[in-house]
Design a protein around this ligand. Structure first.
Ligand SMILES: [Zn+2]
Length: 419
């Protein structure tokens, strides 16, 4: 096996759902039925096998060889070879994890506890595995890009995105997690030790490269941020044609800060008036930029007249800074108006990162670990009492999933042998 392959071997493993172990062992003794079962499974997913670039074989597979993997307790694993390009695919049954002694049921328990916010250490205590084994498991799934997995589910690349950074710590150093969300799905969860525009452009650029590789004509139509300079700049650099909007809910929450020294009841009244203004603008089918400018001007005048000149001027200059971003949101009905869904994603990730020593290790594989967590976020169904209960983010967004079971979906979708 493998004497002739000197170049690095591509991961062409595919996880196949054999329903139960008995079916798998029965098929092992029947080569023809085995190959047919595997081909039918791939066909049912609508996936293509990752043949070599030169291959025009069109999925002609034959049994190549089979060998016993002693590490898996003598389990026989099949490899199948394309007769045209000679690419070899390793067929992994659903009850085995690639390169791992851990059974999927054990992994499932540990991963769902991680997703629920339990530290790696506690997950390890409950599931009787080492914290590092769990860390590596998450990293193994994180080797596969979010764009690859999400597009395998038939989700279109997002035309409107929410962008923001989660602030976190690696030991004592401040670090940032540049994040892209569309609806209930995380499309990018990066890692950066700087909050410069260049660092964020580099991180978000990884998403852009993956997306363009998948679809060369991909374009972002609109991006919503909370107005942080580095984020806005990186969006402008990467997606020059896109509308750049500022979150309206953020604006509402920021307004009372501009009225320091004013009584709470007055601030509340002003906030509610501002809410009505933004709400009415959003109801309109079309809004001209002058119309919004006029309303904001009148609103600032109103504050000067009723609250005072100082807070009024503060609000006026703040409006001046932000109104282009609000206009971008209000002028396009498809633009997301608030970054709530991104905040929810960040809160979920935050629960996991809290007290995770693996993550806080300076030499750790932060980027892949975070991508692994993002896969869990996208694929683990919501709890029974939540909105969208029993569905995962991908399903809520209208994606197709290969199986009913989320763990099996994770295994199949992060298989290296599919294209
Ligand atoms: Zn081939």
């Amino acid at each position: 096996m493998g004497q002739t392959t000197t170049q690095t071997r591509e991961n062409r493993t595919i996880t196949v759902d054999f329903h139960d172990e008995a079916t798998y062992f029965a098929l092992l003794c029947n080569p023809k039925a085995f190959v047919e079962f595997v081909l039918a499974f791939i066909l049912s997913l609508g996936f293509q096998l990752n043949h070599k670039a030169s291959c025009r074989g069109g999925g002609c597979l034959t049994r190549h060889s089979h060998y016993a993997r002693v590490r898996l307790g003598g389990l026989t694993i099949w490899r199948m070879q394309c007769t045209t390009c000679k690419a070899v695919f390793t067929i992994l049954p659903h009850f085995v994890l690639r390169y791992r002694r851990m059974r999927p049921e054990v992994a499932r328990q540990a991963l769902i506890a991680t997703q629920g916010g339990l530290s790696l250490e506690w997950c390890a205590v409950i599931c009787n595995i080492s914290p590092i084994a769990l860390y590596r498991l998450v990293c193994a799934f994180g080797q596969h890009r979010l764009v690859t997995v999400l597009t395998r589910c038939g989700l279109p690349l997002p035309t409107y995105i929410l962008a923001d950074e989660k602030h976190s710590r690696c030991l004592t150093a401040k670090v940032y997690l540049p994040t892209l969300v569309s609806g209930r799905v995380l499309w990018h969860l990066g890692y950066s030790d700087s909050k410069s525009a260049a660092a964020f452009t580099e991180s978000y650029g990884a998403f852009q490269r993956a997306a363009l590789q998948h679809e060369p004509s991909y374009k972002v139509r609109g991006a919503l941020t909370d107005g942080f300079d580095s984020t806005t700049k990186s969006m402008r650099t990467l997606f020059p044609g896109a509308r750049l909007g500022f979150c309206l809910r953020h604006a509402l929450n920021k307004l009372p800060d501009k009225l320091s020294g004013v009584s709470a009841s007055v601030r509340k009244g002003v906030r509610s008036k501002f809410h009505t203004l933004l709400y009415r603008c959003r109801q309109r089918k079309s809004l001209r930029v002058v119309a919004l400018g006029q309303r904001l001007r009148r609103f600032a005048d109103h504050i000067i007249a009723t609250v005072g000149a100082d807070p009024g001027e503060r609000v006026r200059s703040w409006f001046q800074d932000k109104k282009a971003g609000w206009y971008a949101v209000l002028a396009d009905p498809q633009m997301p108006a608030s970054s709530t869904l991104l905040d929810q994603a960040h809160n979920a990730i935050d629960r996991k990162l809290f007290s995770m020593k693996g993550f806080h290790h300076p030499g750790g594989s932060q980027a892949v670990f975070l991508t692994g967590l993002a896969h869990l976020y996208n694929l683990i169904p919501y709890q029974r009492r939540a909105k969208n209960a029993g569905q995962c983010g991908v399903a809520v967004e209208g994606g197709r999933l290969p199986a009913q079971d989320w763990m099996l979906n994770l295994q199949i979708l992060t298989s290296g042998g599919f294209r």
